[in-house]
Design a binder for this molecule. Structure first.
Ligand code: NIG
Ligand code: FE
Length: 409
């Protein structure tokens, strides 16, 4: 009988010590069996005959192996693009101004409503492939460009379909509270009613929702409005998250923390009370350097405060057609370092273990530990810090999901 389905030898492994601290293990081996990590050891402790007893042995010649990357915040399903708005912003218009003029999220809503399931699926699938080739093995995708029951359902159906046909794990998040749809401009209350009384309960009953998100901001929803939605989510037993303090401090982080949010995302304008509240609730701070870059924001999230209060920081692509047309997870690690002063190690844990926590999945993915899913990436580099250093390039040699190679270069 074979000991391992696959055995990866002569690797530089990023692992977690028994104390839960990240550590680099040189000259190490990792074994997988039945989709799960079955062994991690130093090469010198590899038992005699272990390689003979593995079905497949890969000698990676001192390449780095990290956990599969986890992209815990994306809006990957949408129609069209907004390169025209990018041009307007380069000419000096603000994201807020463009949204107030009827562009922004609402312009993608128009395109997404007009698109078929198949169109949404095909375009999202090709974007997803870029992320997979960049080492992503788990990701989250939000709705929020439909904003009617039928169109939100269409988006979430496509998310579930992508989850079923692609080799990676996909978490589906309901973001009906993304923007006020044009048909409700004179009736905000009516839209919140629709969200709370019909959309969320129905789409949840259809099995389409894993978590509930909202956008708490001057151009979107108030914290009182988000709270009504959170109450319904809590009643349904669904975890919550929030886009908060992206363009201003609206107190969203404190609200989300009160509801035990898995994560609070963006956070450029977070204050110390907000950071304290997140520390107390254990909510992960998801930093989105792609949106910061593309909106040419100048106030970075308060990383020092987050460190001081022990709030775990994750990084994500926020892949969306407006604020962050990002198709690389590794580039987010680099931007997290250059724009937000994260260390390369914080960037790596931000794109793996802490991102897994932001999805409530840290028990099964996010680190190379015996018993966790065998989701890992063999990189074209010899030191983990290089992952947030090389600017561009397709550096994922092999992307492994549940022990199976899903991409090889
Ligand atoms: O995370 N902040 C709100 N939502 C997205 C942007 C969506 C869009 O502009 O289409 C974000 O940045
Ligand atoms: Fe977002």
């Amino acid at each position: 009988m074979s000991l391992h389905d696959s055995l990866w030898i002569n690797a530089t492994l990023t692992v977690i010590t028994e104390e839960g601290l990240p550590e680099t293990l040189e000259d190490a081996a990792i074994g997988c069996r039945d989709g799960v990590i079955s062994m991690i050891c130093a090469m010198e402790h590899l038992s005699h005959g272990a390689t003979d007893m593995a079905i497949k042995v890969h000698d990676v010649e001192h390449a780095c192996i990290t956990p599969g990357l986890v992209d815990c915040h994306t809006h990957l399903v949408f129609a069209g693009h907004r390169a025209d708005e990018f041009k307007l912003r380069l000419e000096g218009q603000s994201y807020t101004q463009i949204a107030e003029d009827g562009g922004g999220i609402i312009s993608t809503v128009r395109n997404t409503r007009a698109a078929s399931d198949q169109q949404l699926q095909t375009t999202a699938q090709s974007r997803l492939q870029y992320l997979i080739e960049d080492g992503v093995t788990t990701l989250e995708i939000k709705s929020g460009y439909g904003l009617t029951i039928a169109d939100e359902e269409k988006m979430l159906r496509v998310v579930r379909k992508l989850g079923a046909i692609s080799p990676v794990t996909i978490v589906s998040t309901f973001l009906g509270a993304h923007a006020l749809p044009p048909e409700y401009v004179a009736n905000r209350h009516g839209y919140i009613d629709l969200l709370c009384r019909q959309m969320l309960p129905r789409l949840h009953a259809a099995g389409l929702i894993d978590a509930v998100d909202g956008f708490c901001e001057g151009i979107a929803f108030t914290s009182d409005e988000i709270e009504r939605l959170y109450q319904v989510a809590a009643g349904l037993g669904l975890p919550v998250k929030l886009h908060a303090e992206q363009l201003s401090n609206s107190g969203g982080a404190q609200l989300a923390a009160r509801y035990g949010a898995l994560s609070v995302d963006h956070l450029e304008y977070l204050d110390e009370d907000g950071a304290r509240a997140m520390a107390a609730s254990g909510s992960v701070a998801v930093l989105l350097p792609g949106a910061y870059l593309m909106l040419r924001e100048t106030q970075p999230p308060p990383v020092a405060l987050l460190r001081k209060h022990g709030v775990a920081m994750a990084l994500a692509s926020d892949a969306n057609p407006g604020s962050s047309p990002a198709l690389s997870a590794r580039l987010m690690m680099l931007l997290g370092c250059t724009q937000f002063n994260l260390t390369p190690r914080e960037a790596l844990w931000g794109m793996t273990l802490h991102a897994a926590r932001a999805l409530g999945m840290a028990d099964t993915i996010g680190s190379l530990e015996v018993g966790k899913a065998a989701d890992m990436v063999v990189w074209d580099v010899r030191e983990p810090a290089e992952l947030s250093y090389w600017l561009g390039g397709n550096m994922a040699q092999s992307v492994v999901k549940d022990g199976v190679i899903i991409h090889h270069r």
